[in-house]
Design a protein around this ligand. Structure first.
Ligand SMILES: [Ca+2]
Ligand SMILES: [Ca+2]
Ligand SMILES: [Ca+2]
Length: 277
């Protein structure tokens, strides 16, 4: 998002703009009524719908984030009989793994089994550092055929480290030769198992300080409107010279409360849990 800030921008304008951003974000998080035309594999914040997650906020030393993997708009007539998910990330900044207790890895087989095919998932064997892999397949030849349309295929947990950074990619590994990539397989009706053409939609991890600044000293564990969003908005353009300055609201720690980093960065954490170090 590109925002131009004029030097004469008033606090009122900032409040109006911030409110518009909140409304836009809440609309953007609703599932789209009409779906895109292309088959995709994407990350989503939600286990209920593929709302997408182009930017995922992690707070160094903060809580783990659940991120879900969705296959969308599968039109392959035979449906999906198996898939492979391989995710690449910067392991110096966070860890990506299956959820605690999810013994069969990051892949989720419920959608794969939804047409009454029996399936199994296994965690990826010997993934490289900074990769997490899950494989799921339905073992029997058709019939029945596999599922089409849109389904949840994976669940991973991102656990932040202590390092601060600007951003880093959370990317699906493409299925190149000799690589355990990310792909969907059709159902082998004619004993010819093929990958279904699709687009891999990657995400970006954005690192921000925890924007929970509610009293008492270490916040109340969630980014709220009354304390945290309004708290940073009323400090717009403040520096450490202001009597109401609080470094906690300066979530990118540059000594200035601005719109693009601190106010929008706080708004983007609305209703998310985080913890102050
Ligand atoms: Ca699993
Ligand atoms: Ca709060
Ligand atoms: Ca700042």
């Amino acid at each position: 998002m590109k925002v131009l800030i004029g030097s004469t921008l008033t606090l009122t304008k900032v409040v109006i703009l911030a409110a518009a951003v909140v409304i836009t974000l809440s609309l953007a998080r609703q599932p789209s009524a009409e779906s895109a035309t292309d088959t995709q594999i994407m990350f989503s914040y939600s286990s209920l719908s593929p709302i997408g997650a182009p930017a995922i906020i992690l707070t160094p030393n903060g809580f783990p984030r659940d991120i879900y993997v969705w296959a969308t708009n599968v039109k392959e007539p035979t449906g999906v009989s198996g898939f492979n998910i391989a995710v690449q990330y910067d392991d110096s900044l966070f860890a990506a793994s299956a959820a605690p207790g999810d013994a069969d890895g990051i892949g989720d087989r419920a959608w794969l089994q939804s047409t009454n095919r029996s399936g199994a998932c296994i965690p990826g064997q010997n993934p490289q550092a900074g990769q997490v892999i899950g494989l799921c397949s339905t073992l029997s030849p058709p019939p029945p055929l596999g599922p089409t349309g849109t389904g949840l295929i994976g669940h991973l947990v991102l656990t932040p480290g202590s390092e601060m950074a600007l951003s880093s990619p959370l990317a699906f590994v493409a299925p190149d030769v000799g690589v355990q990539g990310t792909f969907l397989l059709d159902a082998p009706v004619d004993l010819d198992l093929e990958q279904i053409p699709l687009t891999l939609k990657n995400s970006n991890i954005v690192y921000l300080g925890c924007a929970d600044n509610s009293p008492p000293p270490n916040g109340d564990g969630v980014v709220d409107l009354a304390n945290d969003i309004l708290g940073v908005i009323i400090r717009f353009q403040m520096t450490p010279l202001d009597p109401d300055w609080s470094p906690a609201f300066d979530i990118n720690s540059d000594g200035f409360i601005d719109l693009a980093n601190d106010i929008l960065g706080t708004i983007l954490q609305f209703q998310l849990p985080c913890n102050q170090p």
